[in-house]
Design a protein around this ligand. Structure first.
Ligand code: GLY
Length: 415
């Protein structure tokens, strides 16, 4: 099968790696130096992708990041008759517009925090009167993983909203959603859908804060473990109470959603799940631990979803655990040093890990080119074994300013 993958991060490296392991002929647009080891990398503008796929007789296009999905790339390529894994612009609004998704959750009866959609600071002040002290302020549009501020008092919320209206996140902050803060433990559940059926992927848990013990500012994700801490009955519960009503709600609105529904839940002290958000794509770095555990053919699974032919809910999963430790640049997440020489990748691979490239480039050796640089993924019979190997491998890689958390997969419930 000839498959093209759009994107250049660790998530896309994991997708391309799994497709290649399953025997696919893989192309990446534009890819990165790690992806280039398993795929042919093509550097073309997004507007040329549809025609390129048609000319190269691509049988499946997988779109990794949210931005091209929100800009309608899937619709354009489907217009050429090519199967695409990833929702159209209408479905991608679930991630691209927080107000769209919150109103949708409310309309279809999902458990979600009370909220207000605000267009001015005066509307925010009115919302705060209703929502209590602890709120979350969100920029409506895409803000590169930023644009969500958890506030413990009204002063912080007023300030956060004012910064959004003032242009801190560009057009993404023209509308602001203010919602009541739900306290609890977060968990992500990713599902594959063909617009009719839903197949849940194995659970994974991300570690968003930059420092051990969940201290410091949030990042795109400093490491993941699969399985996550949720139990099997939790997955059945969220399927029934969230994913199935979501598909019915999308269908009722004429949205044929083929791709990943990545749900972020908060589990409160009573064990009740509340939906915080949907993302319209695979998680990063969740993908780096989920895909290595799939024992079936990824290309066939994604093609079935793209064609509206997902057969049943059985995605074959290895009982082994996986852990991915992210190595980040100095200064991340506020800033990041670039062009720094990276050494020891082959030695780390020799320890048994798979190294997924996120922000790297080849320029007089392998060098850093982003905040999150590499993901070191290892598998084991237990989470403990997987994390031991991941950390032994990560220790072999060096670059100036290297940052990593030392507690990925150590939170318990898995060991
Ligand atoms: N790991 C968080 C995300 O993909 O949004």
């Amino acid at each position: 099968m000839k498959v093209a993958v759009v994107g250049k991060g660790g998530r896309e490296h994991a997708i391309a790696w799994k497709l290649k392991n399953d025997g696919c002929d893989v192309f990446a647009i534009p890819g990165n130096p790690g992806i280039a080891q398993v795929a042919e990398c093509i550097d073309i503008p997004m507007k040329a992708v549809a025609e390129w796929c048609r000319d190269r007789a691509i049988e499946l296009l997988v779109i990794g990041p949210e931005a091209p999905l929100c800009e309608g790339l899937a619709d354009e390529v489907r217009g050429q008759g090519i199967p695409v894994f990833g929702p159209g612009q209408d479905g991608a609004q679930l991630e691209g517009s927080k107000s769209f998704s919150k109103i949708f959750f409310q309309e279809i009866g999902l458990a979600t925090a009370p909220f207000f959609v605000c267009h001015s600071s005066a509307e925010v002040a009115e919302a705060l009167k209703e929502l209590g002290d602890e709120v979350v302020v969100k920029a409506d549009g895409l803000a590169a993983g930023k644009g969500v501020v958890v506030c413990s008092n009204h002063e912080q919320a007023t300030e956060a909203a004012a910064a959004m209206f003032g242009g801190e996140y560009g057009p993404a902050g023209k509308i602001v959603v203010v919602e009541k803060r739900i306290r609890g433990r977060e968990v992500s559940v990713l599902a594959i859908t063909d617009g009719k059926s839903v197949s849940l992927l194995p659970s994974a848990e991300d570690h968003k804060a930059i420092f051990d013990g969940d201290e410091g500012p949030n990042t795109g994700g400093m490491g993941t473990v699969s399985p996550g801490w949720v139990q099997a009955d939790f997955e059945q519960r969220v399927r029934r109470d969230f994913f199935e009503p979501t598909i019915a709600g999308l269908n009722a609105r004429g949205i044929d959603y083929r791709g990943v529904l990545y749900a972020g839940f908060m589990i409160d002290a009573d064990g009740k799940p509340w939906i915080l958000e949907y993302n319209c794509r695979f998680g990063d770095p969740e993908t780096q631990v989920i895909l290595p555990r799939l024992t079936g053919h990824l290309g066939e699974l994604l093609l079935a979803a793209a064609k509206g032919q997902l057969l049943d809910d059985t995605i074959a999963v290895s009982p082994r655990a996986s852990v991915c430790v992210v190595l980040a640049s100095g200064g991340y997440p506020e800033s990041s040093t670039h062009d720094v020489l990276i050494e020891g990748v082959s030695e780390a691979e020799a320890e048994g890990a798979v190294i997924f490239h996120a922000g790297t480039k080849l320029e007089d050796g392998l060098r850093t080119a982003g905040g999150r640089v590499l993901g070191v993924m290892a598998m084991g019979d237990t989470v403990f074994d997987a994390r031991t190997m991941a950390y032994e491998s990560a220790a072999k890689i060096s670059f100036e300013g290297k940052q990593l958390r030392t507690d990925i997969g150590a939170r318990g419930a898995n060991l």
